[in-house]
Design a protein around this ligand. Structure first.
Ligand code: MG
Length: 523
């Protein structure tokens, strides 16, 4: 009898313990915020209406900014697509991961090395469901070895590179009925493939329906994850605003800014849709949303490209216009609405997210990012007091092109960017050859964000001393990864829905799959 009582007691205690564990375990998981990272392409600092563009209309991003925290000094780690994505997702400079020089081509052998830990992998370890919708641009490789599904993402819907790496469709670029100009397309490549996980479901991708299809994927992912009550991470990497621009029926001729404005309207609308989805899924109050972009505007596109506002030059250059981006952090009840002038960068996103979810920063690797929590939650000062600038084509011999320390920025080298040869500012022009500066060119970015008025370095010897020390110590700590672009490219590696077909590459089409459901089932 006594033994039976004892057993009953033990069983009650274990039931209680199990109940306690389940209750608090579930509660712990449920309180982890969902994370949405919105990443625009080739968007200039001055392109959004909330950043002052006089003829852009971006009401959804403006609303996000009015409810969130707007950054005025936020940097992308590279002025170019692939390397900036590598840095965002790993928290490390692209020089460490080997994602340099330039970008991955449609048939590149290399990709973001699989031993790099991505944000998606970090969040998966914390119980997150993860998905990417949109432009990957970190390699496809042989047998899809570098697709996002091999880098911590449970599901993928998107084109794995930029749309200017694809042929013109019916002699027009993607914007309705605009003939291809300015080498905006690559007619020798396979048509743009739309992947769903690791399968090509549409080739050529239909750009006039693309944003809607991306949203179908995003919506189904948000809904499924919310229904399952698992915290989720959605990385929505827009093809917008990269050239050639495109816009669906709803946004054709919708902007007084022309094609770029129409495409921007479509992207802004998509941002609004994402907010609607989290509201409908009942997770709006527990979702952290962060918006920024990979690099500055392509000045080669002239009136069809973006705008860096008051900043100098654009894409591919280490002047402010290449690196400084719009950035908005949004989390109702957690992040106070406002505007911060603190310096932060894309490499900071990874450590910040890990701090928010209680995750671990990868051990045994050098992280370049610092936690942005003091800026986001405490109205405080940035943990970052310097920022390193590498151009779109960094190399070991030249190393660092520029350093920002506090409000000062010193340029050691510069070369032209993706720009015409007639731009009024000669240093921005594509034919502006490599220039070394000894002594370095020094500017005060607080007084002179446009980097116009050189300071006399002799009068700033203490500043230069500090910058030199930082440069030496950063370069001593820089271990350059093997260049992934140096591994070359091959037409056989271009993603083709009908491998081995002829005539290659135009035979790579999937017209029979066009009706495929674009929703993102979790794999
Ligand atoms: Mg880009």
């Amino acid at each position: 009898m006594a033994k039976a009582k004892q057993m009953e007691c033990i069983s009650k205690i274990s039931c209680f313990l199990i109940l306690l564990l389940v209750t608090f375990g579930v509660a712990r998981v449920a309180t982890k915020p969902n994370i949405i990272l919105l990443f625009a392409d080739d968007l200039g600092y001055g392109d959004l209406s909330v950043y002052g563009h006089p003829t852009s209309s971006t009401p959804n991003l403006d609303k996000m900014a009015s409810q969130g925290l707007l950054f005025t000094q936020f940097y992308s780690a590279s002025p170019l697509c692939s390397p900036s994505r590598a840095a965002l997702l790993t928290g490390r400079y692209q020089t460490r991961s080997g994602v340099y020089p330039a970008v991955f081509a449609s048939g590149s052998v290399g990709g973001l090395p699989l031993n790099e830990t991505t944000i998606a992998e970090g969040l998966k370890d914390e119980g997150y469901t993860t998905s990417i919708v949109g432009k990957w641009h970190l390699g496809v490789g042989k047998d899809n070895e570098y697709l996002p599904t091999r880098q911590g993402f449970d599901s993928y819907l998107g084109i794995p590179y930029s749309q200017d790496m694809c042929p013109c469709v019916h002699k027009v670029c993607f914007y309705p009925n605009v003939p291809c100009i300015d080498k905006a397309c690559e007619n020798g490549n396979v048509p743009c493939p739309l992947f769903q996980n690791e399968n090509i479901v549409q080739q050529p991708a239909d750009f006039l329906e693309l944003m809607q299809n991306y949203l179908k994927g995003a919506e189904s992912f948000i809904k499924t994850s919310a229904d399952k009550k698992t915290p989720f991470f959605l990385y929505l990497a827009f093809q917008h605003m990269h050239a050639p621009q495109f816009a669906g029926k709803m946004f054709t001729n919708s902007s007084i800014r022309g094609q770029f404005g129409d495409a921007l309207n479509e992207m802004d609308w998509a941002v609004g849709q994402i907010f609607q989805y989290i509201e409908e899924a009942g997770v709006k109050d527990n979702t952290f949303v962060f918006f920024t972009a990979d690099n500055g505007p392509s000045l080669a596109r002239e009136i069809y490209g973006g705008n860096a506002g008051p900043l100098r030059c654009g894409k591919y250059s280490t002047w402010e216009g290449g690196h400084r981006e719009p950035a908005i952090a949004w989390w109702p009840g957690k992040i106070k609405p406002g505007r911060t002038m603190e310096v932060a960068a894309t490499v900071d996103v990874f450590p910040t997210l890990m701090n928010i979810v209680g995750g671990k920063i990868p051990a045994n690797v050098t992280m370049d990012g610092v936690d942005m929590a003091p800026i986001l939650f405490n109205d405080g000062k940035s943990n970052r007091d310097f920022f390193i600038f590498y151009p779109g084509d960094p190399n070991k011999t030249l190393g660092i092109f520029a350093i920002r320390w506090k409000e000062y920025k010193a340029h050691y080298y510069s070369h032209g960017g993706l720009c015409t040869t007639t731009h009024p500012d000669v240093v921005c022009r594509s034919n502006y050859t490599l220039h070394a500066y000894d002594p370095p060119l020094l500017y005060n970015l607080h007084n002179d964000p446009g980097e116009i008025y050189e300071l006399n370095v002799k009068e700033y010897s203490d500043v230069m001393k500090q910058i030199e020390t930082l440069k030496k110590s950063f370069e001593a700590d820089m271990v350059w990864g093997e260049s992934q672009m140096g591994r070359g490219q091959s037409p056989e590696l271009e993603p083709c829905a009908r491998p081995g077909c002829t005539p290659f590459p135009s035979c790579c089409t999937t017209s029979s799959f066009l009706q495929q459901d674009m929703s993102l089932a979790l794999i």
